[in-house]
Design a protein around this ligand. Sequence first.
Ligand code: CP3
Length: 345
Amino acid sequence: MTSSSKFLRSLTGEISAIPPIWFMRQAGRYLPEYRKLREEAGSFLDLCYNPAMASEVTLQPVRRYDLDAAILFADILLIPDAMGQKLSFEAGEGPILEPVITSKNLDAFRSRDIHETLAPVYETVKQTRAGLGDDKALIGFAGGPWTVATYMMNGRSSRDPSALRNIYYEDRPFLSALIDSLVEYTIEYLNRQIKAGADAVQLFDTWASGLPWPVLDAVSVRPLQKIAAGVKNAHPETPVILFPKGVGEKATEYATLPECDGLGIDYAMDAAWARANLAGHTVIQGALDPLSVITGGDDMLKGASAYLKLFHDTPYIFNLGHGFSPETPPEHVGQLVEFIRGGDW
Ligand code: CP3
């Protein structure tokens, strides 16, 4: 049966005159309707763990812009939170995880039933799916194990997350054990999202950038492949999209994985290179510079036009090359969607 979702059809290889559209961080602080609910919820985490509110926030951008897909409102750091590493967000500080994970306390975090804490997320998926038309897809997601591990090991955002790779040389058994646990937890987390109604899943490996081979292979390519395989084992029909940010030509290693249905490329990737070297292996998603949408106008439209022209004859999903910033004017997003749908690029 063909899907009524353009986004899902594109992931099975359909080429459409106007590609499906969704945006990373499409729900969030740039939208006034988000800020209102976020204030009512109290904290960002209270919002993530409140299914009625989280599903409303998930639906807000789809309603406002008639996007082709919704992305579950949650965070990649909910898994560490559920593992017992308490997560909080401080204004101007970003995420804080306590206590910092080390080889000495790792075992305490490895045998948790994370799904009790994460149950509200599955309920959010269920309520969101019920609120979406058949023509709209719901994307579930999780963080890549390396990206999540950088926050777990540092306790907060790092100025240079790739510098944490020293642990690969200093204590590889600890790093492998942490990554393996995250792989196991993430497979089950995504499978439960799919059971609750997610139509596709995306893995965000934001801090894959700056890692030399074979570190990248060990902490990003193989773990993402294992997760994708674990998902496909339980749900063979559910597409898996990988977003390894900043990996340059090493994107080939992800695009050629048999488990990779779609590959998110970032704004710094040479798009013509991606068209020539990646598009034959997987469906490309991306990669407009989100900062061009803050300024809007010609740079935003010409940027979008370049991607649309380059990928018009291959299965393609329009997106950003990373998430929207809070300063993005919502009307620019509206203009962008109208421009893409207008077809006059
Ligand atoms: O894309 C979406 O709309 C879905 C929801 C989503 C969020 N975070 C909501 C969020 C997704 C997919 C993420 C992924 C995520 N979270 C990543 C990987 C992708 C990326 O953007 O690089 C990372 C590294 C995180 C960790 C994280 N969560 C950070 C660094 C921050 C920013 C802290 C800050 O104060 O700006 C968050 C918070 C967060 N996650 C917000 C949102 C909407 C802002 C929270 C708020 O409302 O204050």
